[in-house]
Design a protein around this ligand. Structure first.
Ligand SMILES: [Zn+2]
Ligand SMILES: [Zn+2]
Ligand SMILES: [Zn+2]
Length: 328
């Protein structure tokens, strides 16, 4: 397995030959508590309704990135290559094999959010890792890998391309205006109130002005904070965020069976932010958020939509429908 960089788009690509993933066998679920074929548990949070834990992080049974070794950054003529060093873990959302995140209690969702924050903070201690991504694929058309309700976390030695665009755009906006673009978006959205879905305490769910897919939804804090994990570990009470996440996912599920969800938090600038000069203003220019991208049934995408996003539902209509959708 190798990580190669496209010199034109500057995206990193994991490439390898062969080994199709083995078909799902009849083995017991590795993520249920006390499973006979559990993988290594690397972190957990205390139970809220009995059992050994409320949420747990386990090593991915077939990881894309491996924790050992040095990235071995190298060149091959004009090309850049490195080893796929990183972390790839499964975040088990709750002990129940059938309880989806949006059916869990706010206390259980809070514990899951605490686990996410702990794993990000722990992986950021490793100076090799530049970026930590937490994502969830729900539904087979969205690439769901396991039956047990889970999310995944990866730590990589590079910043994925789309996130890098986002980070650069935030930095450039800050350079020009000395303001955070997400804070500015929020204040305009709250004022216009046409793409808002719900406000819960200090957290907001809304549809972005220019969505990539119909019903794209963001969840973000109303106060400025670059790093999700710092916020989640500082506050004992995450119930507003937990209930907003639960309610928003319920609304999304009434419209789509499948979705991608990703958490964007500040990159790992580590102890040497001056070396990575362009991340000097990260604390002021970046604002953590969750992006939810529904996958609607029967929407096969032609090639041109890979280059130009197309949404046949305006975000104003999407927000109105999501506001009207059942959240309980
Ligand atoms: Zn299970
Ligand atoms: Zn902000
Ligand atoms: Zn983002």
């Amino acid at each position: 397995m190798e990580l190669r960089k496209d010199p034109i788009t500057r995206s990193w690509v994991v490439t390898h030959d062969g080994s199709e993933r083995p078909p799902k066998d009849e083995q017991p679920c590795p993520f249920c508590p006390n499973s006979p074929n559990a993988t290594q548990v690397v972190g957990s949070v205390p139970p809220v309704d009995g059992g050994p834990w409320s949420a747990a992080a386990m090593v991915h049974p077939d990881p894309l990135f491996r924790i050992e070794g040095d990235p071995g950054r190298g060149g091959n003529g004009l090309y850049d290559v490195m080893r796929p060093v990183g972390a790839h873990e499964i975040l088990v959302e709750n002990p129940s094999h059938t309880r989806q995140l949006w059916d869990a209690s706010d206390a259980a969702i809070t514990q899951f959010l605490k686990l996410v924050a702990q794993r990000i903070q722990d992986l950021k201690r490793d100076q090799r890792f530049k970026f930590i991504t937490v994502s969830k694929d729900q539904g087979s058309v969205a690439g769901q890998e396991f039956d047990h309700p889970t999310s995944q976390i990866t730590a990589t030695t590079f910043v994925p391309r789309r996130v890098l665009y986002e980070l650069r755009a935030c930095r450039e906006y800050f350079e020009q205006k000395e303001r955070c673009v997400f804070c500015d978006i929020l204040s305009q959205e709250e004022r216009q109130a046409v793409r808002m879905i719900e406000t819960r305490g200090d957290y907001v769910a809304c549809c972005p002005y220019a969505p990539r897919v119909p019903y794209e939804t963001w969840i973000l804090p109303r106060h400025h904070e670059a790093a999700f994990e710092r916020e989640a570990l500082r506050h004992q009470d995450l119930s507003d965020l937990a209930s907003l996440l639960r309610r928003t996912l319920r609304r999304i599920c009434s419209i789509a069976d499948a979705f991608h969800m990703v958490l964007h938090t500040a990159p790992n600038v580590g102890r040497t932010p001056e070396v990575l000069g362009y991340w000097r203003t990260i604390e002021d220019d970046y604002h953590w958020h969750i992006e939810i991208l529904p996958v609607l049934p029967g929407k096969r995408k032609s090639y041109r939509f890979k280059e130009t996003y197309h949404s046949d539902v305006t975000p104003e209509t999407a927000a109105a429908r999501l506001r009207a959708a059942p959240a309980e």
